[in-house]
Design a protein around this ligand. Structure first.
Ligand code: SAM
Length: 271
């Protein structure tokens, strides 16, 4: 009950909302220090065609569908030899997967939660990816620094998403691309398209992947439920169930009935 109430506040709007998201994301790595918990997205069930085109993952691995969210996004970005930035890198597993399997020239993660960065520094040592603390709306990078920007299930939480998109346009090199997956209402997607255009980026791909995410949630349900029971303190389980998007959560119901959509977009800075 308390958890559900807190989740509703976090989904409200304004500066309070941003502070509460930050509090939530600062808290998770402390409540759940488990070194094998690398992802915080709802997961992606690839189609057979995607498995054929982009390869398969070890589908027995812990959180493999959350890893798949990254794999089938970044594989489309052809990152080999490119400088890659991930904004909102969380527990760092997605960027590590990209760095270890897709041969980018560099892989930089940025997240505003210092505890998430501390988690990454502890658990992804010896990997090629580097993780920095910083805000998506004021990125600590020179203009024209990256070829690819990845953003996975993060930007709906930013206070000023238009500013985030302008920052992406600033740090991308000419011809560089933003590959983003996120979940939001259709009117809110329309706003994002406007911000993309105002920032001078061109929307070159826009695909509804809600059904891949709904299927992932349904297939992962038994594992996630057991995991939350085992690892999350009882007073946080309500909120965690919402954040994890389990079957029956507000997120799952709204995604299934089409009130919100999970989409993948690609936006390019003109060459
Ligand atoms: C739902 S989690 C997703 C994490 C990761 N992308 C994944 O898929 O596992 C959202 C992440 O965005 C980060 N985030 C939220 N607002 C941010 C901001 N203004 N600047 C940078 N990171 C932010 C959070 O700290 C959190 O790690």
């Amino acid at each position: 009950m308390l958890g559900n109430f807190l989740f509703k506040i976090v989904r409200s709007s304004g500066g309070l909302r941003e502070r509460l998201w930050k509090l939530a994301y600062e808290t998770f790595p402390k409540v759940l220090p488990d070194s094998d918990w690398w992802f915080m997205n709802y997961g992606f069930e690839p189609t057979d065609a995607e498995r054929r085109e982009f390869g398969t993952l070890d589908e027995q691995q812990f959180q493999w569908r959350s890893r798949a969210m990254y794999h089938y996004l970044a594989a489309r970005a052809h990152v080999a030899g490119k400088d890659v930035l991930e904004v909102g890198s969380g527990r760092g597993g997605g960027l590590r997967h990209v760095a270890e399997t897709m041969h980018p020239a560099s892989a930089t993660g940025l997240d505003f939660a210092s505890s998430a960065i501390a988690f990454c520094e502890k658990n992804h040592t010896g990997t090629f990816a580097r993780y920095l603390e910083g805000n998506s709306m004021d990125m600590p990078f020179e203009p024209d620094s990256f070829d690819v920007v990845l953003n996975v299930e993060s930007c709906h939480a930013y206070r000023d998403q238009a500013l985030f998109i302008r920052e992406v346009a600033r740090v991308l090199r000419p011809g560089g691309k933003l590959h983003l997956v996120d979940v939001r209402a259709i009117w809110n997607w329309d706003l994002l398209y406007q911000w993309v255009s105002v920032a001078g980026l061109e929307l070159i791909e826009d695909v509804d992947i809600s059904s891949n995410v709904v299927t992932a949630i349904e297939l992962d349900e038994p594992t996630k439920k057991a995991l939350i029971k085992k690892r999350v303190p009882f007073w946080l389980r309500g909120m965690f169930t919402e954040f994890a998007g389990n079957v029956g959560s507000q997120l799952y119901e709204r995604l299934k009935n089409g009130e919100i959509q999970y989409r993948r977009i690609v936006a390019q800075r003109p060459a």
